[in-house]
Design a protein around this ligand. Structure first.
Ligand code: DHB
Ligand code: FE
Length: 278
């Protein structure tokens, strides 16, 4: 049987890709963020997940405003990285966990989630950066299932619905008949706003409360509407919805393996957390 062995939530600031490319992990600006990862990589070496289910948002690469699904899932044999900007090399493509993808997709549709099924899907920094942070040598020892959440075109799926999507993904994984250790990723956030009058907005108090709720009260953030979340976390801080999907996959108690919070990386309050189901 498939089993969720951990949940990893992390920011996905594109400039991290450039820092990785230029090997700046020990540079004073980047170190406080990258220092979150050695402990996580020790955990990975020990636990050795087989499959990653990555909950993230596309930033206009695979879906643009002309066609923007609220929720989408990849069922492809591989996912090509075509990240935007920065002039950095793209990463090797990511093998897909096709059987688990189709199984989760069927289960979600039967569970009343109208997923867009993508047999081809380009992946951007929100998918690729967490992978490169976890496996810096960029030889992926896992297969992937990308789950894409609209955090771009309003109205967004509610925080409540995102959490419930996570619960439904968790049920689907638990019912997958093959043996597999699954790591669930939630990519994005925390507070940041990249444009407009509030460009540069960061809300440390909200972020810390949200991080605490991820451990102790995972449905806390489901009280907020999309507009509330923009107010509290900034226009791009709403990417925390991906954390809620990820956390929903293990709705019970979790143990914190690692937690890191640092302001700022680029324009973002950068955070990383790793949980194990209890
Ligand atoms: C930044 C953060 C993001 O989440 C993103 O998608 C793009 C840019 C930033 O802080 O620069
Ligand atoms: Fe983003």
């Amino acid at each position: 049987m498939a089993k969720i062995v951990g949940i990893l939530t992390t920011s996905h600031v594109p400039a991290l890709g450039k820092a990785i490319h230029l090997n700046l992990q020990q540079d004073p600006y980047w170190k406080p963020f990258f220092d979150g990862f050695p402990a996580i990589r020790e955990w990975l070496d020990r636990v050795k997940p087989d499959i990653v289910v990555s909950c993230y948002n596309d930033h206009g690469l695979n879906f643009f405003l002309d066609k923007q699904p609220t929720f989408a899932i990849g069922t492809a044999p591989e996912y090509v990285s075509e990240d935007e900007g920065w002039g950095i090399p793209t990463m090797p493509s990511f093998p897909g966990a096709e059987d688990l993808s189709w199984h989760i997709r069927d289960s979600l549709v039967r569970d009343d989630f109208d997923m867009v099924t993508c047999q081809e899907m380009l992946v951007d920094h929100a998918f690729t950066l967490p992978m490169a942070l976890l496996w810096p040598e960029q030889k992926w020892p896992v297969k992937s299932v990308p789950v894409c959440v609209n955090t771009v075109l309003f109205p967004l799926p509610s925080a409540r619905r995102c959490y419930r999507l996570g619960e439904a993904i968790g049920r689907a994984i638990a019912a997958f008949p093959e043996d597999a250790k699954v790591l669930v990723i939630g990519s994005g956030g925390l507070s940041h706003q990249l444009e407009g009058e509030r460009a540069g907005f960061i809300n440390k108090d909200f972020d810390l409360k949200f991080m605490d709720s991820m451990v102790n009260d995972p449905t806390w953030a489901t009280q907020f509407s999309d507009v509330d979340l923009v107010e509290q976390t900034g226009n791009e801080g709403v990417e925390l919805l991906n954390w809620l999907v990820a956390r929903g996959t293990v709705p019970g108690a979790v143990k914190v393996v690692h937690s890191n919070f640092h302001i700022p990386i680029s324009n973002t309050a950068a955070a990383t957390m790793l949980f194990e189901p209890v």
